[in-house]
Design a protein around this ligand. Structure first.
Ligand SMILES: [Zn+2]
Length: 388
């Protein structure tokens, strides 16, 4: 792995804050990364990460299974989140004739909210192979299968949306410069990213914000620094929240526009490092508590079934989750069913037969959903172990 210079100011002087380990398992993209803070501008980001090309291949592989089971329709949580976004952007738009591009639009659900409100010139791009068809079938919206850096358009846009995109990108400055080139001179860029200033106020599973996919941790100032170096000026900013299932995450919404001024100085961000250290401390404390609870529960059982084979389970395997007690794993994702984890098979939920064995539900976000699946759809009587 090459060292990653600061994606905002380019400096290479950095201090490590935390090492995130993904361990071996089904995630082959990387085993660990370092969360660091740039000594020059204060931006916090992940270092020792793969190249953008490797991330792109990983996302393409993941997306094959993404939208299959629900036909691409989004949840009510997503829909209300998208309505909040549109409510924030709309006062800045001139007319329903506004030409809008959503970059990383998935199945086009956010654009469909604009469509409901009478906007007609809507298009999206997304690298996932299934998105274009679903967007056309569900909403009648045109989506091109493409990533941002390879996108060539015959025209420029009045509004470009990048929602939940910038936190995934390795080379941020090139991406923002590309977005600016796709804008009309009076156009607007909308950005939504997780708000790292408030990670510690919205805790769920420990260290969850340092996921495989999220490699940039923005504060209000660091996002402004990034936009300013591409001569984009922030005209509206909102610290908001987004709730999905039982998780509420802090997010940051910004509208900016091209400015004639080129900003040569970057203001030092003094907030991010302190906020992330608070988040890391709080995560250690939750980690200690849930591992203790799991140990107590496991002491009462001989064998268990573990539901979930993601990062959450991989972090627990070993010291906290004794492999010899696991009969097998269960995962709803067909991608993993039939494979093995640590020498134990991964089965589909419908294959659970041993109704006397406890099922350990190894997830924060989907805990409630899985409980109702076990008791409802599957009608199983197994004792359940939960740690949240
Ligand atoms: Zn920097």
């Amino acid at each position: 792995m090459n060292r990653r210079p600061c994606p905002i100011c380019g400096a290479s002087d950095q201090t490590p804050l935390y090492e995130q380990n993904f361990h071996e398992g089904k995630v082959s993209l990387m085993e660990r990364y370092l969360v660091v803070v740039c000594q020059a501008c204060g931006f916090c980001y992940a270092d020792l990460i793969p190249s953008q090309e490797e991330f792109n291949r990983y996302y393409e592989d993941m997306s094959k299974y993404e939208f299959g089971h629900k036909g691409g329709a989004v949840s009510q949580d997503h829909l209300s989140h998208f309505r909040n976004i549109v409510e924030f952007i709309e006062p800045h738009l001139a007319s329903p004739e506004t030409r809008i591009l959503d970059v990383g639009c998935a199945t086009g659900a956010l654009l469909s909210v604009f469509k409901e409100m009478g906007y007609t010139r809507l298009e999206g791009i997304d690298p996932s192979p299934s998105c274009a068809k679903i967007a056309r079938d569900l909403y009648g919206i045109h989506v091109t299968r493409c990533d941002l850096m390879n996108f060539v358009s015959p025209h420029t846009y009045d509004l470009i949306i990048v929602s939940a995109v910038l936190e995934h990108i390795v080379d941020l400055r090139s991406a923002v410069a590309k977005l600016r080139n796709l804008l009309k001179p009076e156009g607007l860029l909308f950005v939504e990213v997780p708000d790292a200033e408030r990670f510690h106020c919205f805790l769920s599973a420990p260290f969850q914000q340092f996921s495989i996919e999220h490699i940039n941790y923005f504060s209000r100032l660091s996002l402004r620094n990034l936009l300013n170096v591409s001569s984009l000026q922030v005209i509206a900013e909102l610290q908001s929240v987004a709730t999905f299932q039982r998780v509420t995450d802090p997010d940051l919404l910004v509208v900016c526009r091209p400015s004639g001024v080129s900003y040569s100085t970057i203001a030092k961000d003094e907030v991010s490092e302190k906020a992330l250290l608070e988040y890391i401390d709080a995560s250690y404390e939750i980690d200690r508590r849930v591992k203790e609870k799991l140990q107590t529960e496991l002491a009462r059982c001989n064998k268990i079934i573990v539901w979930g084979t993601g990062t959450h389970t991989l972090r627990l395997l070993g010291k906290s989750l004794d492999r010899s007690k696991i009969l097998y794993f269960v995962d709803s994702n067909p991608k993993y069913v039939g494979k093995e984890l640590q020498g134990r098979p991964i089965k589909a939920p419908e294959e659970i037969r041993e109704e006397d064995l406890p099922i350990f539900i190894s997830t924060f976000m989907y805990q409630d959903e899985i409980i109702s699946q076990v008791r409802g759809h599957l009608a199983l009587k197994n004792p359940l172990i939960t740690i949240y």
